[in-house]
Design a protein around this ligand. Sequence first.
Ligand code: ADP
Ligand code: MG
Length: 240
Amino acid sequence: MHLEVSQLYKQFSTQQGALVALKDVNLHVETGEFVCVVGASGSGKSTLLRLVAGLDLPTAGTITVDGQKVNGPGADRGMVFQRYTLYPWMTVQKNVEFGLKLQGVEPRKQRETASYYLEVVGLTQFAQALPKELSGGMKQRVAIARALASHPKILLLDEPFGALDVQTKERMQQFLLGLWKRTGISILMITHDVEEAIFLAQRIYVLTAHPGTVQRELQLDLPGDRNYHVRREPQFQAYR
Ligand code: ADP
Ligand code: MG
């Protein structure tokens, strides 16, 4: 997997005139890497991730996944938003199955895959529960299971723990780090929380706010287990 963001510009037209949200942003994510983008509120983090997810189009510049230009949403990129965006009327199981259903996966395979990823996120016991019966952290785990279920090449997370209380957030950070180590999936995560980025990422990009949305790259002095991971073959069946 190779994600390349090159000379990305995004301009919005507003009632006050043109607003440059991203200006010459360049970044890349390689197979099995955990990369974070940090930046203050309004620095363009969500805009950047929405463009990578294909939910909006750049004004200029390109985004490619394995050389293929991103022109819209695709199963190669799994997205997790800050707010859980689960369907409240569907069970946890159905929420995870739904994306697969839209992709035309046959019902038995939908059920098997959803069950598998609910096990991966430790929520097998809650498969038949409704989202409202779950805690915030559990809902985010469902959203992660849903994103993983279509076997994306990369997981995109936009401040996934921003709405959680401090303790839940810490548990979810541990959970995500464990998931990444277990599965070897590539991750691009957005956060305004620098501590969180340092705890999780192997490399960090910094988006600075106006004027001149410049991005800088930090290479971290990492604990051994995080360096080791990138060179390791993913052990997880889904990502081989
Ligand atoms: P962040 O996620 O870092 O807080 P955003 O990407 O949400 O920042 O927003 C970056 C800038 O772009 C902000 O000034 C925001 O108001 C503006 N913006 C984002 N989306 C739109 C939009 N659809 N229309 C107009 N302006 C937008
Ligand atoms: Mg945002």
